[in-house]
Write a protein that binds this ligand. Structure first.
Ligand code: NDP
Length: 291
């Protein structure tokens, strides 16, 4: 068997095209342009790339993009004041503070200062709570992307045994909540899980969010399983360069899985697409067009 490769790049394009279409319709109907504010503190090179891509893709779907780049010496109070100002602005429907923040700033405090209705990252405790009790809410972007990719392989996930490897608040826990919403039977594995290979072998759907290069092996999988690889790990190559690999040993899993995401080109491209989807939904909700 050779698994279907789930093409995250083209699925993200489809999500963005849908967001662009709905954004254009919203503008015609209400005159409102969804606006996303992204705040970057400091000069972390990876964060700069993410923020540049977010800005570009926000404009491409017809939304307004407000970039706020602050020096890494910015006092916490100034950042909180900026968040308060963005909370109050009617033309800003989504606020994203790029992580990581410099060490002198309490990230939790800043994330909690964002109005939950504008929290397009879905990290505010109010949205975490709403997700866990099954209320409509803004859901974290990478986990939402994982669900879209899994459903591209099997549209109805109901009743599947799903194993999530990793229990972070950014990926593992929210993706497990989203799988519950899809009526999966969910197991969350982590570093203290006993006999991880046999836990994974039970799964019809595996979501790996660990940060360990190629940890999940081909013989850990149930034949035909859907495998969503969130991991992004940079490893050295024989020629002295580096390359990106996921948490799943892609080549050996290819002959066992039913469908699998590659790294890069799987989950990665979905994150910004889902951020734009959240910004549109936050705008619609602010206008009373949806619950
Ligand atoms: P964290 O480091 O916050 O969490 C890792 C999780 O993996 C923890 O719950 C940890 O368990 C678990 N873990 C570690 N070692 C093992 C092991 N040997 N066996 C089983 N479980 C283990 O990472 P994140 O959730 O933030 O990110 C995970 C990966 O996803 C990273 O590679 C990251 O780069 C990538 N990522 C990709 C994104 C994207 O594509 N857009 C977005 C976000 C992340 P414990 O809790 O017990 O310590």
């Amino acid at each position: 068997m050779t698994a279907t490769i789930i093409d995250g790049k083209s699925i993200a394009e489809i999500v963005r095209a849908d967001v662009a279409k709905r954004t254009a319709a919203l503008k015609v109907k209400t005159g409102v342009t969804p606006g996303l504010a992204v705040v970057l503190v400091g000069a972390d090179p990876a964060s700069q790339v993410y923020v540049r891509n977010k800005h570009k893709q926000t404009l491409e779907v017809g939304m307004a993009s407000f970039e706020h780049k602050l020096p890494d010496t910015t006092p916490e109070a100034d950042l909180l004041a900026l968040v308060a100002m963005l909370n109050a602005r009617a033309d800003v429907h989504g606020i994203l503070v790029q992580l990581p923040l410099p060490k002198h700033i309490d990230s939790e405090k800043v994330l909690r200062a964002i109005n939950p209705d504008k929290d397009v990252d879905g990290f505010h405790p109010v949205n975490v709570g709403r997700l866990s009790i099954g209320e409509p809410c803004l859901t974290p972007c990478t986990p939402s992307g994982c669900i879209i990719l899994a459903k591209s392989a099997q549209p109805d996930l109901k009743g599947l045994d799903a194993v999530v490897i990793g229990r972070s608040t950014i990926v593992g826990k929210p993706v497990a909540q989203l799988l519950l919403r899809e009526d999966c039977t969910v197991t969350i594995a982590h570093s203290r899980t006993r006999d991880l290979p046999s836990v994974v072998r039970r799964a019809d759907l595996v979501i790996a969010a660990v940060g360990r290069p190629e940890m999940v092996k081909g013989d850990w999988l149930k034949p035909g399983a859907i495998v969503i690889d969130v991991g992004i790990n940079r490893v050295p190559t024989a020629d002295g360069k580096t390359k990106l690999v996921g948490d799943v040993a892609f080549q050996e899993c290819l002959s066992v899985a039913g469908a699998i995401t590659p790294v890069p080109g799987g989950v990665g491209p979905m994150t910004i697409a889902c951020l734009l989807k959240n910004t549109l939904e936050a705008t619609e909700r602010s206008l009373g067009l949806t619950t």
